[in-house]
Design a protein around this ligand. Structure first.
Ligand code: PLP
Length: 406
């Protein structure tokens, strides 16, 4: 059917902003996406009309709020095709979801000397929580190398398994290179070794359809703010068989069954992992963001963004002295590059003055930067509200910046 991009752009008020008197060209969508009016309104509406703590009150407002909150759990379960709503845990975002796993899965299933397999292209959020577990429990971390063109070295991956391997935790799409990892294959290999798999879906959930039962992943995590929903809300999907055995992550209200000083028992799933008042307004707005994505259609979004990416890859290569970092065959939505010997920060600063929002630096992926021997990159990342015309403008601006920094 195709997307009506102008109509979509009109849904995002911030896209009409000007920066230094120039129209904003926002190409930092891998860091965070903008929010359509319907999502902004959904969150504001909670505060306007039925703000009340969830699961706690017998009163009318609390019931409405609880119902709206739990409806989103159903919506998320259906969006990723989870087997049940009990497998959907609301968190603050991807980072908290992975910290929950390292603390809780780590505490329950890891012993000294056990191993977790990560990759060289992980975001710090999928490295540091495991390093904290390493300090606490004396586990060891095995790392899958990345090839020059930005793909995982699958031969080495297979060789990293040992009887001590307890978990594989891996990103679905690289936030720096845009590489789409072969997660079906990775999950099948890991399962052949009886090892469960965590997929960091922060860069994937809004770009392509995710079906956790078909993938057969054990955990899948993502953030609301990268999928057109508010900040401070995210999801941990986990197979019930693991979640049931895992010890609680945080203690507090809601996660308990009965509390006494002689011993406390815990609530059932998913509440066992949702201590304290959740970000219910954010969760309710996340539900609206899912509606928005479904209205537009993930397959049309994928087609449009992929066409945009291919156009951008070709056009941007016309800029003299521009080097794209990462050339995997399966890629989308993200182009990282360097301009001659200029520092990414200088390129980003000049682009900013011309109205362009791009990310510069190590993108919270320092081990990957080390692998390429670079301090950072400039990163353009696209959403379905971006246009070919914006890419043309970027290319023109890059030509100017290149001439200036020469
Ligand atoms: N994982 C990946 C691949 C990411 O790109 C990001 C954010 O950029 C994260 C994890 C962390 O997400 P958040 O900061 O929303 O928790």
């Amino acid at each position: 059917m195709g997307l009506n991009i102008q109509e979509i752009r009109n849904d995002f008020p911030v896209l009409a902003e000007e920066i230094y008197g120039k129209p904003l060209v926002y190409l930092d969508n891998a860091a965070t996406t903008h929010k359509p009016v319907s999502v902004i309104e959904a969150e504001a509406n909670v505060y306007r009309r039925f703000n009340s703590n969830v699961h706690r009150g017998v009163h009318h407002l609390s019931n409405i709020c609880t119902q709206a909150f739990e409806e989103v759990r159903k919506k998320v379960a259906s969006f990723i095709n989870a087997a049940s709503t009990e497998e959907i845990i609301f968190t603050k975002g991807t980072t908290e979801s992975i910290n929950l796993l390292s603390a809780s899965f780590g505490e329950t299933f890891f012993s000294e000397g056990d191993e977790v397999i990560l990759t060289q292209m992980e975001h710090h959020s999928n490295i540091v929580p495991w390093q904290l577990l390493q300090k606490r429990k004396g586990i060891s971390i095995q790392v899958v190398p990345v090839t020059d063109n930005g793909e995982l070295d699958m031969d080495t991956f297979e060789k990293l398994f040992s009887p001590k391997t307890k978990l594989v935790s891996i990103t679905h799409i690289s936030n720096v290179l845009g590489t789409i990892n072969p997660i079906e294959k990775i999950i099948a290999i890991a399962h052949a070794h009886d090892v469960p798999v965590v997929i960091d879906g922060a860069q994937a959930i809004h770009h392509l359809p995710v079906n956790v039962q078909q993938l057969d992943c054990d955990f899948y995590v993502f953030s609301g703010h990268k999928m057109y929903a508010p900040t401070g809300v995210g999801v941990l999907y986990g197979k019930r068989k693991w979640l049931e055995k895992m010890v609680p992550y945080q203690g507090g209200g809601e996660m308990i069954d009965k509390v006494s000083f002689s011993g406390t028992t815990f609530n059932e799933l998913p509440y066992k992992f949702e201590a304290g008042t959740p970000n219910f307004a954010g969760v309710i707005a996340l539900g609206r963001a899912i509606d928005y994505l479904k209205e537009k259609g993930l397959s049309d979004i994928w087609d449009y963004e992929h066409a945009l990416f291919e156009y951008a890859s070709e056009k941007i290569s016309e800029v003299p002295n521009l080097r794209i970092i990462g050339k995997a065959t399966g890629r989308t939505s993200v182009i990282s590059f360097l301009l001659g010997s200029s520092h990414p920060f200088d390129v980003g600063t000049l682009l900013d003055k011309l109205g362009f929002a791009l990310r510069t630096g190590h993108h919270c992926a320092q081990p990957l930067m080390d692998c390429y021997g670079i301090p950072g990159t400039v990163r353009a990342s696209f959403a379905f509200y971006n246009t070919k015309s914006e890419i043309d403008q970027l290319v023109e601006a890059l030509m100017r910046v290149e001439a200036m920094l020469g």
